[in-house]
Design a protein. Sequence first.
Length: 434
Amino acid sequence: MKRVLIITYYWPPSGGAGVQRWVKLSKYFLKQGITPYILTVNPAKASYALLDPTLNDDLDPSIKISRTSTLEPYGIYKAITLQKQIPFGGFANDEKQLNLFQKFTRFIRGNLFLPDARVGWNKFAFRAACKLIETEHIDAVITTSPPHSTQLVGLKLKKKYKLPWLADLRDPWTGIYYYDKLYLSSFSKKRDAKMERDVLENADGVVVVSNDIRKNLLAKSSLLNGSKFHIIPNGFDADDFDKVISEQKEIEFVISYTGTLTSDYRLEGFLFAIRKLIAEQQPFRLHITGSLPVGIRESLEMTAPGSVRFKSHVSHHDAIAQMKAADLLLLIIPDAPGNKGILTGKLFEYLAAQKPILGIGPVDGDASMIVENCNSGTTFKYEDGNGIYLFLLQKIADWKNNPNSVLDNAEVVAKFSREQQAKEMIRVLNEMNC
């Protein structure tokens, strides 16, 4: 049985799609005869934007988990900025609402802590990884990011032990859509880009979640060979959907959105469509679950007074229950550079819920193509309010005829199951001769 060391900063009780990816893959690694060893941070010392202790329920007790200390600036960051929570990767605390001092702290965060503010974990992680490699006879190393500083641990281990190393990048590095909001100096950008190149050039294999991210990373160095890059998107675990009981259905058509919203998530076309539905007295409710700035919340409330329900972050279990109870799922891709390659983790659970999906974003993007190829819905441009309105109108009409219907596309969606993705990840490891 092969022994694989998985180095990941995010692990339960942390929440979010990045955690779910490797919790689920580890589960199915075991079923495929691979023994995963998890190296992560001590949650008492960690900086998590989200917590979801229910993800612990998915962990096989036989998986060995090693937790280390860390040294990070976020405690000081929260104190001096008076923030109650750790900043989200996509900056849900919107830039337009930042004062000068908060922008200064973001500059410090972006320039003094490269490639990110979790880099203080690296020395602890490296020391613990060396011990595990030597005592547990590890056959291969997997590093997953963000935070991309974790990839530097893999790079250092590769140089010391020459073990097969797979770098899993769930997001772009220097190509991430909010990169300019970090206010990096030209010197810091060069340092960051060199770290990125070193990781990509030295890893034996690189896994990304979309073709656009693959293209972005391949362009970072002329020494890179496309054959070492593999696309394994996020996915869903069928077990999660089998054991979840849907929320009680409402008597109105429910449009549900789960996740972050910022000013990059353009809503003008959607709000136009909602206003038309209200003018026609169409029966609907809008359920928003996640983090969003006050301005966006107020805009939604003003557009659909009395028809919007807001919830802060909920557990993964409850999020799936909400998806299953909805009549339509709203997917918005941020309007930012490189957005054609953005594949949010929730997209695949939206697919598994087998409810119609209204996509808003680049119509030729990776997310749009997946939604269309799975016969799950349609994606519209941000400003296409009339197209969005007509789509919603048709879905409401369908719902009136059959309120409890689900899409008949389970077979095509099954390729995005975590079980299938674990098999694909193992295939990549085998190609690396581990």
